[in-house]
Write a new protein. Structure first.
Length: 371
C-alpha cells in the first residue's frame, strides 16, 4: 500500500556510473533505491571504458562538465580512494592530415592554453616506435588516467553508508502510474512503489521511457571495441596516442597497452561483444602507425556508447511526465563527467536550479530540447 512519507522515494534504474553518481547526491533529499538488471553494478558500458579524462573533448558542454569534474578526480572526498593518475595525451598526424591538427588547435587552444604543437622529432621522442611519416601532432599534458573500479566503488560506498539501497539482479519490466505514483515491477516477480523514476539505464534508456509511456529521445547505442596487447618494449612512460584520422588510439595501462579502432557501429542495447573485423582493423592500424610487431591481442572486449542527436547528455525531468527523470546519453564521456553530471542531476531532481554551479545551460541538457 502507498503511504505518505516525509521524504519522497526515488528509484534509479541502472547501476552504472551515471546511476551511482546521481543516486549518491540524490540521497540528501530522497529515499533512494538503485536497481540493476545484472548481478554486478558496472557490468555494461561503465566496466568497459578506456578510463581516460580529456578536457579538450567533444564539444563545449562536455568540455565544461569535464572541467567541473577535474577537482573531484584529483582530490576525491572520503570514502573514495585514489582515482586519477597523470596521463599525457598525444595526437599524431601525417603531413596530409596537418589540417586536422590546425583545426583542433584553433578550436581548443583558447580554452586549453597548455596544448602544445609537436613535430615528428617530438613525437618519436615520446613514442620511439611511431613511424616517421607522422610529422605533426598535439600534446595535451592535462589528461588523466582514471581507475573506474575505484570510482564506482567510491560512489557505491558513499551511497550505502548514508542509507541508500541497491538491488542487483532486478530487471525493471513494467512501470505503472495509474495510482498517482509509480509501481515498478521486476522480471524476478517483486515490485517497488516510488514517487520518481530516474532513468539511468545507459543503452536501454529509451526502452525504460517506453515502459513509462514517456517519449523516447532517439538514443543510438554505438559499439566500441577494446583490445589489450603486451609488446616487448618499455612503454610505461608513453603518453596516450591517437591518430588525427580518428580511427585508432592506444595507451599504456599497467603491464599492457590498451588500444581501440575507435569504432562506432550502431547496435541494439545488448551485452556487446567484439567483432573480428574491428579487432583486425585495430591491429592493422597499429601496424600502420608503429613498428610494433604483435600478432594478436591477449584480451578483447566491446561496450556501447549511447548518443542522442546533438551528442549531449539528457538530464532533467521529462516534459511529458512530472515523475520521470532522464539521466542518460553519456556517449564516450560518462565516466569523466560523472562527478559534475551526478551533482547537476541531483540539483535538477531537487527542483533547485539556483545552486547549479557550473557554467552549463540547463536547457542544453534538458529532455525538452527534443520536443
Ligand atoms: C570502449 C569504450 C571506451 C570508453 N572510454 C571512455 C573514456 O575513456 N572516458 C569516459 O568518460 N567514458 C568512456 N566511455 C563511455 C562510458 O563508458 C559511458 O559513457 C558510461 O559508462 C555510461 O554509463 P551509464 O551508467 O550511463 O551506462 P551503463 O554503465 O551501461 O549502465 C546502465 C545500466 O543500466 C542497467 N539496466 C538497463 N536496463 C535495465 C532494466 N530494465 N532494469 C534494471 N537495470 C537496467 C544495465 O544493466 C546497466 O548496468 C567508453 C565506453 C566504451 C564502450
Amino acid at each position: 500500500m502507498h503511504t505518505k512519507r516525509s521524504r519522497p522515494r526515488l528509484l534509479v534504474v541502472g547501476g552504472g556510473i551515471a546511476g551511482f553518481s546521481l543516486a549518491m547526491h540524490a540521497l540528501q533529499r530522497f529515499d533512494t533505491t538503485i536497481v540493476e538488471a545484472e548481478f554486478q553494478p558496472g557490468y555494461h558500458s561503465t566496466g568497459r571504458s578506456a578510463a581516460v579524462f580529456h578536457i579538450a573533448f567533444e564539444n563545449d558542454t562536455v568540455h565544461r562538465l569535464s572541467l567541473e569534474s577535474e577537482s573531484f578526480f584529483l582530490d576525491p572526498p572520503k570514502p573514495f580512494g585514489t582515482i586519477a593518475t597523470s596521463l599525457e595525451n598525444m595526437m599524431i598526424a601525417k603531413t596530409e592530415e596537418q589540417d586536422v591538427v590546425d583545426s583542433f588547435l584553433d578550436t581548443w587552444t583558447g580554452r586549453c592554453p597548455w596544448l602544445q604543437r609537436l613535430n615528428g622529432r617530438d613525437i618519436v621522442r615520446r613514442i620511439p616506435v611511431i613511424r616517421a611519416d607522422f610529422r605533426a601532432g598535439v600534446l595535451d599534458t592535462r589528461s588523466l588516467g582514471l581507475d573506474v573500479h575505484t570510482l564506482l566503488e567510491g560512489y557505491r560506498r558513499s551511497f550505502v553508508d548514508r542509507g541508500g539501497e541497491i538491488m542487483t539482479n532486478r530487471r525493471l519490466v513494467e512501470l505503472d502510474d495509474s495510482l498517482g505514483h509509480w509501481k515498478a515491477s521486476f522480471a524476478q516477480g517483486d515490485y517497488l512503489e516510488v514517487d520518481i523514476v530516474a532513468n539511468a539505464a545507459g543503452a536501454w534508456a529509451d526502452e525504460i521511457a517506453n515502459l513509462a509511456g514517456v517519449q523516447p529521445m532517439g538514443l543510438v547505442p554505438r559499439r566500441r571495441t577494446g583490445l589489450r596487447i603486451q609488446p616487448d618494449v618499455d612503454f610505461k612512460n608513453w603518453p596516450m596516442c591517437y591518430r588525427a584520422s580518428g580511427d585508432l588510439y592506444f595507451k599504456p595501462e599497467g603491464g599492457s597497452i590498451m588500444l581501440s579502432p575507435a569504432d562506432a557501429t550502431e547496435s541494439p542495447p545488448c551485452d556487446a561483444q567484439p567483432e573480428m573485423l574491428d579487432l583486425a582493423l585495430a591491429m592493422n592500424r597499429l601496424h600502420e602507425c608503429t613498428t610494433l610487431n604483435i600478432e594478436r591481442p591477449h584480451e578483447t572486449w566491446a561496450g556501447l556508447r549511447s548518443f542522442v542527436a546533438d551528442g549531449l547528455p539528457v538530464v532533467g525531468f521529462a516534459k511529458d511526465h512530472a515523475g520521470f527523470f532522464w539521466h542518460a546519453a553519456f556517449g564516450g564521456f560518462g565516466v569523466q563527467t560523472s562527478p559534475a553530471c551526478g551533482k547537476l542531476g541531483a540539483e535538477l531532481l531537487n527542483g533547485d536550479s539556483s545552486t547549479i554551479s557550473m557554467n552549463v545551460s540547463k536547457h542544453s541538457l534538458s529532455p525538452a530540447r527534443f520536443t
